[in-house]
Design a protein around this ligand. Structure first.
Ligand code: NAD
Length: 378
């Protein structure tokens, strides 16, 4: 079969769904790989690099879609791309079926088979190698710290130099899921003093193992809402949490917020008053900007200065590290392809007996199969 990789068309999207290292592996599994000319340019991957790895470079978008048996994409397709998808073709990309019912109907009408990488049952340990939400959140968490360091006027690490003593920067991370943990590790590696808070008490040990201090809210309530995700907290907890965050805002130089609750707007954790209380030159990176922001003063997509504090609300952190995020995403898709092609003969079998495959198959040959029944945890 032919795996086709089109150029991403979503504004500002710099990732590409495969990279030359992975092209070679797909060919070893028995597939042919066709890549649209220029697909990797924004991730510093030119056509020659793909060609050297054995890919066929296709100039025409329509031809690429038409010849592909399986399309690998990052972003879900727009209307034009759905039109280009071959009748009965297979698509692997982010889809977010709950948020995109129209797209689901249009893909079903194409008799497509659609594997939504965001619908992977993440709780299966076997699925971790295919978990693109985790790989991309890790990149975003790293990049958030890089953005913070870039906007901050001092070192992260403490130094004793002939020119004087420099104190280490203090960093507070709100939300210690995948992105938050990556940010903790990165900031600690740069030498900052790192503190973090999450409503799920279970993450405290992970925070410590990455070199951070877990700061607890003085209120007895756990935030686990099932599946490793958070729930909306009680008024009492939120009040106690605001008091603790207000104190951190006065003390630290940098705040990175990552708090999300599935299906809800991002919780507002950093108020305008807290921003006002921060030292001039402090930085906030709001990784929840796209979901409404954890900080009241965030402007999604922009970096703004309010009360002397730089508030970074970029919504394209993964695209700002496109070579890295593309490589990890491509590897996640390769691991998935291995599961689909146990026979190593360039054919795929969308096997519904396999919990991981069942979970991410949201449409099979035109029939909507989402949501999948809960997987049996081994
Ligand atoms: P996410 O992006 O939905 O949430 C980010 C973090 O924000 C979470 O840790 C959440 O608890 C926290 N949060 C929510 N509201 C908050 C508030 N008011 N104050 C402070 N923090 C708040 O989650 P994610 O990072 O995609 O994943 C969350 C968890 O899912 C992981 O940490 C992990 O436990 C689980 N997970 C498990 C596996 C696996 O089992 N293999 C794989 C991936 C993720």
């Amino acid at each position: 079969l032919i795996v086709g990789v089109p150029r991403e068309t979503f504004a500002g999207e710099k990732r590409v769904a495969t990279v030359p290292e992975v092209v070679e592996k797909l060919i070893k599994l028995g597939f042919r790989v066709a890549v649209e000319s220029g697909a990797g340019v924004q991730a510093n991957l030119d056509d020659d690099a793909y060609r050297a790895a054995g890919a066929e470079i296709v100039d025409s978008t329509a031809q690429l879609w038409n010849q592909a048996d399986i399309v690998f994409k990052v972003r879900g397709p727009n209307d034009e791309e759905v039109g280009l998808l071959r009748e009965g073709g297979t698509l692997v990309s982010f889809i977010w079926p709950a948020q995109n019912p129209d797209l689901m109907q249009k893909l079903a009408a194409k008799k497509a088979t659609v594997l939504a990488i965001d619908a992977l049952p993440r709780q299966l340990s076997r699925a971790q190698k295919m978990d693109a939400l985790t790989s991309q959140a890790g990149v975003a968490g790293y990049r958030a710290v890089v953005e913070a360091a870039n906007a901050f006027g001092r070192f992260f690490n403490g130094q004793i130099t002939a020119a004087g003593k420099v104190p280490p920067a203090k960093v507070f991370i709100a939300g210690a899921g995948v992105a938050g943990l990556a940010a903790i590790g990165t900031a600690a590696n740069l030498g900052a003093i790192v503190r973090a808070n999450d409503t799920r008490a279970e993450v405290a040990d992970q925070v410590k193992s990455l070199g951070g201090e877990f700061v607890k809210v003085d209120y007895e309530e756990d935030g686990s809402g099932g599946g490793g995700y958070a729930k909306v907290m009680s008024e009492g907890f939120q009040q106690a949490q605001r008091e603790m965050y207000a104190q951190q805002a006065r003390e630290v130089d940098i705040i990175i917020t990552t708090a999300l609750i599935p299906g809800k707007p991002a919780p507002k954790l950093i108020t305008a008053d807290m921003v006002k209380s921060m030292k001039p030159g402090s930085v906030i990176v709001d990784m929840a900007a796209e979901q409404g922001g954890n900080c009241e003063l965030t402007v999604p997509g922009e970096a703004v200065v309010r009360h002397g504090v730089t508030i970074v609300g970029y919504t394209d952190l993964v695209s700002r590290l496109a070579r890295q995020s593309s490589t990890l995403y491509a590897t996640n898709l390769f691991r998935l392809t291995e599961e689909l092609c146990k026979t190593k003969d360039g054919q795929i079998n969308v096997n519904f007996e396999d919990d991981a495959i069942r979970g991410l198959t949201v449409i099979k040959e035109g029939e909507i199969t989402w949501p999948a029944p809960a997987p049996k945890i081994p």
